[in-house]
Design a protein around this ligand. Structure first.
Ligand code: NAD
Length: 265
């Protein structure tokens, strides 16, 4: 059988750990050639690229800071020159710098907006430019983008105003871009993970007490794994999802279903 993403070329940002790493691995397993972006840690990205090549796939590790214009431009250019073009972008890079509002510095506000929102904007813009330059395909999308959002695009999150604002911004950015580029047969969607076991939220799952508290927020009764998100991204990026654009797919075990209302009247 033909693989889901056979012949497609992908850039995954922030792919040296967590969700991005699992996404890059899953896209490769589905037949895509993958540019594995890292920011500060090259080794895990190089190791994944080697793993993919050893399994007969095509992959390259690319360093770059998505929050800078040169960084984002360089990543899309680097993907095009290493893989011969680009068909899929997964704008995944994201950071948290948590503080109560009265203690939140402008620097920490700007850092989070800079990576999570401006970084995704820059990568989307560059990918759309590159998709339009490409020859296109006889059927299916000319290019697809998946933005990594969060349940916090809809769930307010005290003590994380910079992060929640960035994810709320991603939601409207994604929908606006989807509307704008649909006539070019470019699809833009988002995935909104709930609580996924990665380094970004280690405090929420590392100890038994923390995990127990977390599980009260998850009707499905388990923490998510990066692979849960990766499979959703692969599907959204594929022609199986050809009529899907401007949508956020929640991958959250029901975290966005107001679990506090269970047993309340
Ligand atoms: P993570 O910390 O493992 O991954 C974040 C990645 O972003 C890292 O690889 C890091 O190198 C990269 N990054 C940071 N700054 C960058 C920059 N300036 N340029 C390029 N890359 C940069 O955490 P994760 O959980 O895998 O997070 C991935 C995405 O998933 C983020 O957007 C995060 O907001 C989102 N998310 C995670 C969860 C969760 O529960 N883990 C839930 C919802 C959303």
């Amino acid at each position: 059988a033909r693989l889901l993403l056979e012949g497609r070329r992908a850039l995954v940002t922030g792919a040296s750990s967590g969700i991005g790493l699992a996404v890059a691995r899953e896209l490769a397993r589905a037949g895509a050639a993958v540019a594995v972006n890292y920011h500060s840690k090259a080794e895990p990205a190089e190791a994944l690229a080697r793993e993919i090549r050893d399994a007969g796939g095509q992959a390259v590790a690319l360093g770059g800071d998505v929050s800078s214009e040169e960084g984002a431009v360089g990543l899309v250019e680097g993907t095009v020159s290493a893989l011969g073009g680009i068909d899929l972008l997964v704008a995944n890079s994201g950071i948290q710098k948590d503080a109560a509002v009265a203690e939140m510095s402008l620097k920490d506000w700007e850092a989070v907006i800079g990576v999570n929102l401006t970084g995704q904007f820059l990568c989307c813009r560059e990918a759309i430019r590159a998709f339009r330059r490409g020859p296109g395909r006889p059927a299916g999308a000319r290019g697809t983008i998946v933005c990594m959002s969060s349940v916090h695009e809809v769930i307010p999150w005290a003590g994380h105003v910079n992060y929640a604002a960035s994810k709320g911004g991603i939601h409207m950015m994604m929908q606006t871009l989807a509307q704008e580029v649909a006539p070019d047969r470019i699809r833009v969607n988002a995935v909104a993970p709930g609580a996924i076991r990665t380094p970004i939220n280690r405090d929420a799952w590392e100890t038994e007490e923390a995990l127990e508290r977390l599980l009260r927020l998850i009707p499905y009764g388990r923490i998510g794994e990066p692979e849960d998100v990766a499979r959703a991204v692969a599907w959204l990026s594929s022609d199986e999802a050809d009529y899907v654009t401007g949508t956020t797919l929640f991958v959250d075990g029901g975290m966005s279903l107001y679990p506090g209302f269970v047993g309340n009247g």
